[in-house]
Design a protein around this ligand. Structure first.
Ligand code: NAD
Length: 548
């Protein structure tokens, strides 16, 4: 049998081409390409355009009612034809983001072993100790960006072990869709050290190591080997930590942030998106950041990350560090975080102020009279009617951010927030909510989603070859995002730009990050000429190009 000739160096032909998701165009291969690439007869004769393919995918997807079925269908498309998958995502980001990422990805991770069809990304297990570089070399593409999880704290769902792979995969899809980072440069990694989730250990279809988590020295050595090997195999690669539990997330960030190009999106990306939302809210209230009193429900990665960036922003606006810290208060599962408590983890200590103990969130609101409450405890329904009524009583326009994911974990719905405050809340959410009609007005709540921030940060860092990702860059990202919110966004209660503008947003953030890196001597490849134009020129576009 004659083997079809390769037409372009590195481009496979025939069935191998149809089975290569990075190059496959399915029925959109032109007749010329079919002849040149040995595809004649391997495809049905009717040639479709990419637009027609998009319409067909959307029609099929919209016939499905179950989000998990939609997730599986999109995953299958991702495995078949990346350009088409990303065209569908980019052109319909409002509809697709909740399917490829939160909230559906949470469900997909819970059922990962049951819906598993094809592997994506790299699983590095505790059994790979001593040969992690070899495992990384099995990856056939030149990674510039790794998203890595150990699956111990997946969204608000806890320890999902190796099932957590859905998170780096979904997140990297957003890097490509939202900021045009070439899919070839994206590597999802799950470090599988076991799981302490007994339901998974008893599940015959669980995909990971059937053991309890490796901890302590052995865990640290595996992570260290991974970080070192990743830099050996992919020099300069940006490594984003994702969904690690508190006890590892803070320490790993502290350990590696001054050594390699890395960040933790749960801590730093969340902080930037929340700060941008507060800047927007203050444009409505006319208040100053330094006058805000902010109360968090939750004292984990998101809460302390946001608080730290707010404190930095307050200091930049003239407050002393001690004064700035006293404007941020945390409530955890035991009540208000105060100095007299002896049970506090290290990351909470900076916000343990002198104050009498307060056992509950409503009590803390009554005592502290916050101007803003930010829910990041993954306790669904915690912003009760009483909490919202009290916020509305003490503030003309209370800032209410219910950021916990997935939707079942949200502190309140958008409807509850607007109704509970007589339509006066400046509201942002972690999970998507539909517009709300209240008192003759339509409110359009928008997600304080990290996807406004991390794709642009990654884009800028890769474009300029950044050697580090600093907190100052996240502050820059927050300012850039806030400036892109329009007056008409604010008029309808939206504290973030419309999601379909996401590629524009990411390009601006990318340019701001690259400029910041150059200013601080952290760019190995300073962009030539106009930074925004250069960054835009680096963005992958999911349009087909002729390959014959
Ligand atoms: P985490 O595990 O680090 O922190 C959770 C915190 O909640 C802990 O401090 C815990 O003590 C506290 N907590 C638990 N039960 C509580 C209770 N009953 N009352 C008060 N506090 C309680 O998790 P995280 O990374 O901080 O994320 C928390 C939530 O925020 C998750 O649902 C996550 O999905 C969400 N999140 C949303 C965004 C976003 O929308 N942009 C970003 C990051 C995280």
């Amino acid at each position: 049998m004659a083997v079809p000739m390769k037409q372009n160096a590195g481009v496979p032909a025939g069935l191998a081409l149809l089975h290569d998701p990075l190059l496959n165009k399915g029925t959109a291969f032109t007749l010329k390409e079919r002849d040149a690439l040995g595809l004649r007869g391997l495809l049905p004769p009717h040639v479709l355009t990419q637009d027609q393919q998009v319409t067909r995918v959307l029609a099929n997807l919209r016939k499905l009612s179950d989000p998990l079925e939609k997730f599986v269908a999109l995953n299958a498309l991702h495995d078949r034809n990346e350009s088409l998958f990303f065209r569908v995502l980019c052109d319909n980001i409002d509809e697709m983001q909740p399917l490829v990422y939160t909230p559906t990805v949470g469900l997909a991770c819970q059922k990962f072993g049951h819906i598993f069809q094809r592997p994506r990304g790299l699983f590095i297990s505790a059994n790979d100790r001593g040969q992690v570089a070899k495992v990384l070399r099995n990856w056939p593409y030149p990674a510039a960006l790794i998203v890595v999880t150990d699956g111990e704290r997946i969204l608000g769902l806890g320890d999902l072990g190796a099932n957590g792979m859905g998170i780096p995969v979904g997140k990297l899809s957003l890097y490509t869709a939202c900021a045009g980072i070439d899919p070839q440069l994206c590597l999802p990694v799950t470090i599988d050290v076991g799981t302490n989730n007994s339901a998974l250990l008893n599940d015959p279809y669980y995909v990971g190591l059937q053991q309890r988590r490796v901890t302590g020295k052995a865990y640290d050595e595996l992570i260290e080997e991974f970080i070192t090997a990743a830099h050996e195999v992919f020099p300069g690669v940006l490594i984003q930590f994702e969904d690690f539990a508190n006890h590892n997330a803070f320490r790993l960030l502290a350990k590696y942030r001054d050594r390699i190009c890395t960040f933790n999106d749960d801590i730093q990306g969340t902080a930037a998106v929340a700060l941008a939302g507060i800047f927007s809210a203050l444009r409505v209230t006319g208040g100053k950041l330094v006058d805000q009193q902010i109360l968090f429900l939750g004292a984990g990665e998101a809460a302390t990350g946001i608080a730290d960036l707010i404190v930095s922003a307050m200091i930049a606006q003239g407050l002393k560090p001690t004064e700035a810290k006293r404007r941020c208060w945390l409530v955890d599962s035991k009540g208000l975080v105060v100095k007299s408590r002896s049970d506090l983890a290290e990351h909470k200590l900076g916000y343990a102020h002198e104050h009498a103990p307060v056992g509950d969130f409503l009590g803390a609101i009554k005592t502290l009279k916050p101007t803003a409450i930010i829910g990041v405890a993954a306790v669904g329904g915690a912003f009760t009617p009483e909490v919202l009524a009290e916020m509305a009583r003490i503030n003309q326009q209370p800032i209410v951010f219910a950021l916990s994911n997935p939707t079942s974990q949200a502190e309140c719905t958008a409807e509850e927030a607007y109704r509970g405050t007589g339509g006066r809340a400046l509201f942002a959410c972690g999970s998507p909510f539909d517009p709300v009609q209240f008192d003759g007005k339509t409110f359009v709540p928008r997600q304080g989603n990290n996807s406004y921030i991390f794709p642009g940060v990654g884009l800028g860092a890769i474009a300029c070859g950044a050697t580090r990702i600093t907190d100052d860059m996240f502050m820059t990202a927050a300012h850039t995002l806030a400036h892109l919110v329009t007056e008409s966004d604010l008029a309808q209660g939206s504290l973030y730009p419309a999601l379909p503008r996401i590629r524009e947003v990411s390009a601006h953030i990318g340019a701001a990050i690259a400029d910041n890196a150059v200013r601080h001597g952290l760019a190995t490849k300073p962009p030539p000429g106009d930074t925004l134009k250069f960054v835009e020129s680096q963005m992958y576009s999911p349009q087909y190009t002729e390959i014959a």
